[in-house]
Design a protein around this ligand. Structure first.
Ligand code: CA
Length: 456
């Protein structure tokens, strides 16, 4: 995920989730899918599902969505959600409900709706010298542990996303953690190894079921301040070494994920995979972001991921995706995608559109076979903090880190976050409404798995 610097955004990258509207459009052609897909009957034996949680017989929504089950999904297929800002949201007074209108942990609501993995990002030290958080959930190791304990309670797996920075990273911004500033690449490599051992070690000691760990976030243009592949791959292998050692120590099957973005940029994914291979990077999953309004066609996505499976026998996944259900903004901080804004809406902007966008992406992955292991919906619960005015909401963003960035981030990122800080740029892409009630689109995971039928 990323929040790019305004000055670099046009030279490097295509998307920006944080600050306001950037008027740049990608030309995204129509989605080509349906003719190559085959659908199972609902609840068929081809789609075994996790039955450890209660399953509703039919939709509890007045205006439910309708999508077909996806053929060819393995029972291991990952339906994930990134819930990194959850605790900052709760601390700010956000309350989440279940389908019956009762207050309920959104992690439980997601688990009940077929989600089987939760992704959480980890920054090394997202605080200034006075311990004021930079925002975006103030996502340090302790935050991951607090969320992870609940995730494990609901029998879901954890996916840890190490940015190896003190705040947001993305293709335009890969700032080194403060503590690593001025280090040689060898020193930085050692520091990354030690940080991973310590952080992931704490998470595993806490009894959290970690099944995937990501080394770097959208490292298309660099990582931890390094931009040469020789250096980046040295860092990646330090991370891998730490994860493999911990997996062995704790008897865990932990898949190692490397995450890129902008699959629409011709030839880049093949080049990244070739580079990882050339430098003997030890990893299991080649992951990508895929936001349909920014990242080209699904036909292209299928093509580039298919080549990686074929040429390198790696697993692939979509580590981030989302879609808008409304043009409205719920908190006064402009959303990353909205009417007339950057990006091109190629599905209806509605709960049905959300489900259609995600289903088409999952169907594309399913068509690649078992090496395509899953998908993660990004920040489905990052909704407005409850108050009446921008000023009072702003106080909570500052105090609890529930906005995309706080003013304290100027300590680390003065040119972007420190200048454009504010609330949630994602509230119109959540799977909960502005008041915390689940949207009908939350049922899409079970519909795709064939556990529940469309009831429309
Ligand atoms: Ca907003």
């Amino acid at each position: 995920m990323y929040y790019a610097n305004m000055n670099t955004i046009f030279t490097c990258i295509r998307k920006r989730k944080g600050a306001g509207n950037v008027s740049k459009k990608n030309n995204i052609s129509s989605i080509l899918l349906a003719t190559s897909l085959f659908f199972t009957s609902c609840g068929g034996e081809d789609n075994p599902v996790n039955t450890s949680v209660d399953i509703p017989e039919e939709s509890k929504f007045e205006n439910p969505i309708s999508i077909e089950a996806v053929d060819g999904l393995s029972d291991e297929f990952i339906f994930g959600c990134d819930m990194s800002t959850l605790i900052a949201e709760e601390n700010s007074g956000v309350v989440y409900y279940n389908e019956a209108g009762q207050v309920q942990d959104p992690l439980k609501t997601l688990a009940n709706n077929g989600v089987n993995m939760i992704r959480v990002r980890v920054w090394n030290d997202p605080f200034d010298e006075n311990e004021n958080g930079y925002g975006g959930g103030n996502c340090d190791t302790e935050n991951a542990i607090a969320i992870g304990k609940r995730v494990t309670e609901y029998k879901m797996n954890m996916f840890i996303d190490y940015h190896y920075s003190d705040f947001w990273t993305d293709p335009a911004k890969q700032m080194c953690p403060k503590e690593w500033d001025g280090m040689s690449i060898e020193e930085k490599s050692d520091a990354l190894y030690e940080f991973t051992k310590e952080s992931l070690g704490k998470i595993l000691v806490a009894g959290i079921d970690v099944s995937m760990v990501q080394i770097g976030n959208e490292i298309t243009c660099g990582m931890a301040g390094e931009t040469e592949w020789e250096d980046i791959t040295m860092l990646l292998n330090s991370g891998s070494k730490a994860i493999r050692e911990l997996a062995e120590q704790y008897h865990k099957d932990i898949k190692i994920v490397i995450h890129f973005t902008n699959p629409e940029k011709i030839g880049t994914y093949a080049e990244y995979a070739k580079t990882l291979d050339a430098y003997d990077v030890d990893y299991d999953v080649f992951a990508t972001s895929y936001y349909s309004y920014w990242h080209g066609t699904l036909e292209n996505l299928k093509s580039v991921l298919s080549d990686i499976i074929k040429d390198y026998d790696k697993k692939v996944m979509v580590a981030e995706t989302a879609y808008a259900y409304t043009y409205k903004d719920g908190d006064g901080h402009k959303n990353s995608v909205s009417y007339g804004a950057w990006g091109e809406f190629n599905y209806e902007v509605s709960v049905q559109g959300q489900a259609d966008a995600v289903r088409d992406c999952v169907a594309t992955l399913a068509s690649l076979g078992d090496n395509a292991i899953g998908i993660c919906y990004w920040e489905p619960a990052w909704i407005p903090v409850p108050d009446n005015t921008y000023m009072t909401r702003s106080e909570m963003w500052e105090k609890y880190g529930s906005g995309w960035a706080s003013s304290y981030s100027s300590d680390y990122d003065p040119e972007d976050a420190g200048r454009y800080y504010g609330g949630s740029a994602w509230d119109n892409q959540a799977l909960f409404d502005f008041e915390g009630h689940p949207l009908p689109s939350i049922e899409m995971f079970k519909m795709m798995a064939g556990t529940i039928c469309s009831s429309k």
